[in-house]
Design a protein. Structure first.
Length: 104
């Protein structure tokens, strides 16, 4: 009986089926995730260089621009802390899909 269990465990030593053991599938997944990560990073830092343009066009003081930037940073922090665990409850694919749709 012990030998049967040992033989079964050795037979299933590789990754489970459906894990995308194919190199092409893994490469496509890596490319997709890289594009998603780059999109999110670019979108999260996009407003920063625009503050100088806003300051010039709307005649804002440097103190006002500082307050706006501080509010933006705090908003991002609050969003990460409150919505960060959403993917644990709903799943990663729906959260990433929704985030990509809202990112446009």
């Amino acid at each position: 009986m012990l030998e049967e269990l040992h033989a079964k465990s050795e037979a299933g030593a590789g990754p489970p089926s459906g894990w995308g053991g194919d190199a092409v599938v893994r490469r496509r997944s890596a490319v997709f995730l890289s594009i998603v990560l780059t999109t999110f990073l670019v979108a999260s830092s996009a407003p920063t260089p625009l503050y100088r343009v806003y300051q010039a066009n709307w005649h804002l003081s440097s103190g006002t621009v500082t307050v706006v930037y501080g509010v933006y940073c705090l908003s991002v922090l609050v969003a990460l802390l409150t919505v960060g665990a959403l993917s644990d409850h709903v799943g990663r694919r729906p959260v990433i899909g929704t985030a990509l749709a809202l990112d446009r």
